[in-house]
Ligand binder design. Structure first.
Ligand code: NAP
Length: 288
């Protein structure tokens, strides 16, 4: 069993830290907002700290799951970040969806201090985090990845090392690029079915197991037809992720015309007030 520090008890981090505690690891949590931390301590066995640096004292493995690049910098490289106190030989695993640039930046600072780093963004959403069935895309050395596996197996359905630091984030970008175009296609298909006078639920039933079937159709189709978006993966997060994808595409020479267009559609959803709506809300901007 490892001595673990966990930073960021959000939608994803809260249950993940819970799985680590239930598995018997010695977990010390930090959350910027006190209520989440108080709630976690009431539900799980573990300790809490008043800063990321304090949480990392004496830990073998430190995990973060915060918002984006600047948040990651703050909780790792900041004045009260985990690098201030991490002991030599310790490993930092980052579950934030962030850029490959920040992953390499934090990894470099870790290496200077004899610390390991693995970028390990997640797929599987809140449901995957709650049930401990997440897909984890990893970047780092083979040695650090093997060390990371020893704790990630408490909440992973699948884990894969794609290459050196940054490769996990690049893989997550490919994931978000696939989802963006797919959700717009699904929205257009449902809108078309409705406008044709068909029952969209029947249409989904008819085509769901065929070539058009997808995770999004299976898990979001009926809620889209019901116009229910008050759950799931927030549009604000998707726009953060697509900005990362588009910046990386500019740097590596990729052309992402559909991703760019769908990103502009998400900006329209934000203008409609849908900052926290699920990403399947693209359907809302199509004429009924
Ligand atoms: N939700 C999903 O379905 C999903 C799926 C895959 C990947 N992700 C990614 O996973 C990450 C976390 O997502 P989430 O849904 O768990 O988000 P969330 O519910 O908003 O939680 C974010 C967590 O990070 C903390 N945090 C953010 N900025 C911070 C900072 N500067 N300093 C200290 N703590 C900070 C927040 O603390 P407070 O409580 O104080 O705000 C909170 O604990 C994001 O990168 C997201 O893109 C999410």
């Amino acid at each position: 069993m490892s001595k673990i520090a966990f930073v960021g008890l959000g939608v994803m981090g809260y249950p993940i830290a819970g799985h680590l505690s239930v598995a018997g690891h010695d977990v010390c949590v930090f959350n910027r907002t006190e209520e989440r931390r108080v709630d976690w301590i009431a539900n799980y066995s573990g300790r809490w700290a008043s800063s990321p640096a304090e949480a990392a004292v004496g830990a073998d493995i430190i995990l973060c799951c915060v918002g984006g690049d600047d948040d990651l910098r703050e909780v790792t490289l900041g004045e009260h970040g985990v690098l201030v106190t991490m002991q030599s030989g310790a490993l930092l695993i980052d579950h934030t969806t962030a850029s490959a640039v920040v992953a390499r930046e934090v990894a470099e600072k870790c290496a200077e201090r004899g610390l390991g780093f693995v970028d390990a963004p997640l797929s599987g959403g809140q449901a995957g985090a709650l049930t401990g069935r997440l897909s984890i895309m990893c970047g780092g050395t083979e040695e650090h990845y093997l060390q990371a596996q020893t704790v990630m197996n408490c909440y992973a359905l699948r884990m894969l090392r794609l290459g050196n630091v940054g490769s996990g984030q690049l893989t997550k970008m490919a994931n978000q690029i696939c989802i963006a175009g797919l959700l717009q296609g699904l929205s257009e298909g449902i809108a078309f079915a409705k406008n044709s006078g068909l029952d969209p639920l029947q249409v989904l039933e008819a085509i769901g197991q065929g070539a058009a079937g997808s995770w999004q159709m299976q898990h979001r189709g009926t809620t889209m037809v019901a116009d229910d978006y008050d759950f799931g993966f927030a549009v604000d997060w998707m726009r953060k992720d697509l900005a990362i994808c588009l910046a990386e595409a500019r740097a590596n020479g990729s052309d992402l015309p559909v991703t760019e267009l769908v990103d502009s559609f998400y900006a329209e959803i934000q203008d409609m007030g849908g900052y926290r709506w699920d990403t399947s809300s693209l359907l809302r901007r199509l004429p009924k």
